[in-house]
Design a protein around this ligand. Structure first.
Ligand code: FAD
Length: 410
């Protein structure tokens, strides 16, 4: 067993984009404090590296907007610190509406963009087809264009956070598994690991889809469940220029973005696959997310997709990517301080939006860990909003998985 005697000011469990962002923000804004991140596998190797990484700011759930705006600030700060570019792709996004219901939602989104000082305009079908040559707008009612939305390489983003945090003094350690949270008199004092005990003033659980099992070690039920997301990448084709915008088509629950001369596209299946956190393998490499690489789900959706992406039948698929994010029944994040336990916070329940909101999440928890007020409105994200639950029960997992199927944003 190792000697981890010196008490950390801040102990973070999980080295994904949330954990690393918290470490970066805390080291940047509170220099001199001892920040330790524990990751059991490679950094950013779980949900983070698998994301489509659309950093969408303009959303119907307006509480996410300041968090996502902060991600763009964090990227600029890290680029200055590291003297390197993240290669952010500011290609913009097209929101395509092909029904009265979705037109109303699009109109609301354009209003929201105005309220939050984000550029947004309606554009004509011909213009949209010129920007995204694979897109067929013949059945489309209305198209919104938000030119300042971007995507990135999510693994690089996670690495930027970790490298910046390390440069500013964080200890980021891999190959260490947190096993149980330890408490004394209603206060968390640290975490027991397979490499000994780590003592801390403040502990933040940022262990993604695995967090509910760690929470259970002190009798806390975290309101979220692991739900699979999957997307495909086509073969390269001139139809997919690298500078073309991302596209969201809520009528068919689909999103698209360019990927190095190919098209990356994902769908929200009619029935998403949820898994009890007690059954998640600790390492996902080699894990079989789908025996047919999602082909059945794609087949179910393909007629709808073809109305907007007619070459989908012929284009050829080159890659299949899947992973687990944590979903909640209302599609709001699940995070914050525990209401009854001191010294413990959860940066969890990402609802498939963790790349977009990671900057704000890191900033928020960094402030709270310093005893400062949270600069963001987390009231919709509270950990006790669903009352008593069993985070490993089949009915709970089904409720969370059902929520992903109706999610609209990118
Ligand atoms: C297919 C797919 C597409 C996506 N597309 C987008 C998108 O376009 N835009 C967007 O914003 N988001 C997207 N997401 C969601 C995004 O990837 C997640 O919200 C984000 O990565 C969550 O980060 P995290 O740090 O919470 O979790 P993770 O990246 O999963 O990190 C958690 C870490 O904790 C570690 N850990 C777990 N238990 C322990 C333990 N006991 N001890 C030590 N370490 C532990 C894990 O090994 C892991 O590395 C997508 C996700 C998937 C799967």
């Amino acid at each position: 067993m190792e000697n981890n005697k010196s008490t950390a000011d801040l102990l973070i469990i999980g080295g994904g984009v949330f954990g690393n962002s918290i470490a970066f923000h805390h080291c940047l804004n509170y220099p001199g404090r001892r920040v330790v991140v524990l990751e059991r596998n490679e950094l950013n190797s779980a949900a983070t590296s698998r994301a489509a990484a659309m950093i969408t700011k303009v959303r119907a759930k307006t509480q996410f907007i300041p968090l996502a705006k902060r991600t763009y600030i964090a990227i600029r700060e890290m680029e200055a610190l590291l003297g390197e570019s993240l290669g952010l792709r500011r290609n913009g996004i097209l929101h395509v509406a092909a029904s009265e219901v979705k037109v109303r939602e699009l109109d609301q989104l354009i209003d929201i963009a105005g309220q939050y000082n984000e550029s947004a305009e309606y554009i004509a079908a011909e213009e949209a087809e010129k920007m995204a040559p694979w897109l067929d707008c013949s059945t489309v009612f209305k198209i919104g264009y938000m030119p300042d939305e971007a995507y990135c390489d999510p693994y690089l983003l996670g690495s930027f956070y970790a490298r910046s945090a390390r440069l500013l003094g964080a200890e980021i350690r891999t190959g260490i598994t947190a096993q149980t949270i330890r408490m004394k008199d209603n206060r968390v004092t640290g975490v027991e690991t397979d490499h000994g005990y780590f003592e801390a003033e403040n502990t933040i659980v940022a262990s993604g889809a695995w967090a509910p099992m760690l929470a259970k070690t002190i009798g806390v039920e975290l309101p979220m469940a692991p739900v699979r997301s999957q997307y495909w990448i086509t073969k390269p084709d001139p139809l997919f220029p690298e500078a073309s915008p991302m596209v969201v088509i809520p009528d068919v629950n689909a999103y698209f973005r360019p990927e190095g001369g190919s098209l990356l596209f994902g769908i929200r299946e009619k029935k998403s696959l949820g898994v009890s956190p007690s059954r998640l393998p600790s390492e996902l490499s080699g894990f079989e997310f789908s025996p047919d690489r999602g082909m059945r789900d794609l087949t179910d959706a393909i007629a709808g997709l073809a109305a907007f992406f007619p070459t989908v039948y012929d284009i050829g698929i080159q890659h299949y990517i899947a992973g687990f994010s944590s979903y909640t029944p209302d599609n709001y994040l699940s995070m914050g301080k525990h209401s009854q336990i001191e010294g413990l916070m959860f940066a969890t329940g990402c609802v498939g939006a963790g790349i977009a909101v990671c900057g704000g999440v890191g900033h928020a928890f960094s402030e709270m860990a310093a005893g400062k007020p949270n600069p963001y409105d987390f009231s919709a994200f509270s950990l006790d909003r669903f009352g008593e639950i069993d985070s490993t029960s089949e009915s709970w997992v089904e409720r969370c998985a059902a929520a992903r199927s109706v999610k609209n944003s990118g």
